[in-house]
Design a protein around this ligand. Sequence first.
Ligand SMILES: Cc1cc2nc3c(=O)[nH]c(=O)nc-3n(C[C@H](O)[C@H](O)[C@H](O)COP(=O)(O)OP(=O)(O)OC[C@H]3O[C@@H](n4cnc5c(N)ncnc54)[C@H](O)[C@@H]3O)c2cc1C
Length: 481
Amino acid sequence: MQDDRRAISSSDKAKFSATVPVLIIGGGGCGLSAALSAKENGAEVLVLERDISALGTTAMSTGLIPGPGSVFQKAKGIADSAELFAADVMKKTRGQTDEVMALTLAREAAPTVEWLANNHGVPLSLVDSFLYPGHSRMRMHGTPNRTGAELMGALHNAAARLSIDIMTEAPVTELFADKSGQVFGVRVTRPDGATEDIACEALILACCGFGGNREMVAQYIPEIVEATFFGHPGNKGDAIRWGRALGAEVADINAYQGHGGLALGYGVPVLWAHIVHGGFQVNAEGQRFADESRGYSEEAKDIVAQPGHFAWSIYDERIHGLMKEFDDYQDAIKAGCIRSAADTDELCAVTGLPAALKQTLAEVAATAAGLRTDPLGRIFAPTQVLSPPYKAVKVCGALFHTQGGLVVDRGARVLRADKSPLPNLYAGGGAARGISGPSCWGYLAGNGLLTATAFGRLAGRAAAAQVARSGARHVAPGAAS
Ligand SMILES: Cc1cc2nc3c(=O)[nH]c(=O)nc-3n(C[C@H](O)[C@H](O)[C@H](O)COP(=O)(O)OP(=O)(O)OC[C@H]3O[C@@H](n4cnc5c(N)ncnc54)[C@H](O)[C@@H]3O)c2cc1C
């Protein structure tokens, strides 16, 4: 059990060497979006990042952000709206997320995508090659090669254009605050043990969730503790521990984004498009075990529950061709994790699966032809029947990141249980409660980066406004305040 009380010290213990009006902890997608937003709204800002480079989970991601009603959708003639997207969110979460927040973020989504593209030169375009599970429209936006690394590169370029300082190898180890929850600054502990105390007017927590903290995962999400963690290991739950210690409310602590397509032994995620286009998964006995079309997140725990904790994804050459536009899939090809088979006999041989796999293939084809009903509840489209040559990849269940966190308001201000805001604390991305409901099945593709970029933008703007009201001045790190 973590001791939250140790996370905060009173400010008389601090030796502030500098004052920065807006401090941001974490330099991933949320932190850099918040920094751009605060800076363009007139505040001086400093991003504190624990790693040697500010990349986070965001750089590991596919980098796709939903934007219902964006100019990019309109240019392709796709009619969409925030209301439609919010309805998809409510359906995926079985009505168990905050409806007002779902609509708020849905309304912020397209403006955030357009803000990143138009104001900050992030080269986003619409992904119109397939529909992600649970989305009623094609509304994902990504960089040319559809990678989070490219997204982070573009955010870094934008930050450099605005002369935003990013201090790396700067893990924040302590917050200084009073009993009212007012934060006065933070302590950074350098790799050599030296400490630096920096004062602030407003603090934005952009240091994601607790996926990298096995103890917290075991405590809050035991169902996924045996899965492979494929997120950013530096995300240790600091925001949640600090927020709690300051009296913030934490919600949906059991929520997470899992993934049922991480190539086992290769550490490469295989795009869920292989399922969306008609592929399926079998266990070591060659049997299907879940309706894969529900989504990749909930599939992870079902794989963990199979003998040997693995599954094989089965698809075909047609689907293989459709996925080639994605760099991440090219990585999977290069990694050599994808097996090819000319026919069903060879498919059994290359996977080592029993002949029951042939029966499963026949059943899936019969379901698609309307000759039987899938006992697991999946609808297979008649146009998506698999045909040889086949492709197969051995996968495990993975935990990508956690979705529960600090409850925030529509301006990304951190709230107490009585819904009053803490005086000067903001949160976004994996540090804040997402809109994924209380479990793994509520995660709708894109909602990780939506909460990172949209809450980041809102937090930066609100923090800058707070600083402007207080008339704070900026003193560079190293100088006495
Ligand atoms: C393989 C994969 C694919 C994904 N694809 C998508 C996708 O296409 N679309 C989507 O919406 N979501 C996707 N996600 C989820 C998405 O990546 C995350 O939801 C999002 O990146 C979270 O952003 P963040 O800024 O909150 O956290 P991060 O990007 O993880 O940034 C947090 C930063 O805080 C730093 N930090 C932590 N603690 C401290 C501390 N004490 N002091 C200083 N720094 C600290 C960390 O080092 C890190 O750099 C994917 C995730 C994975 C793993």
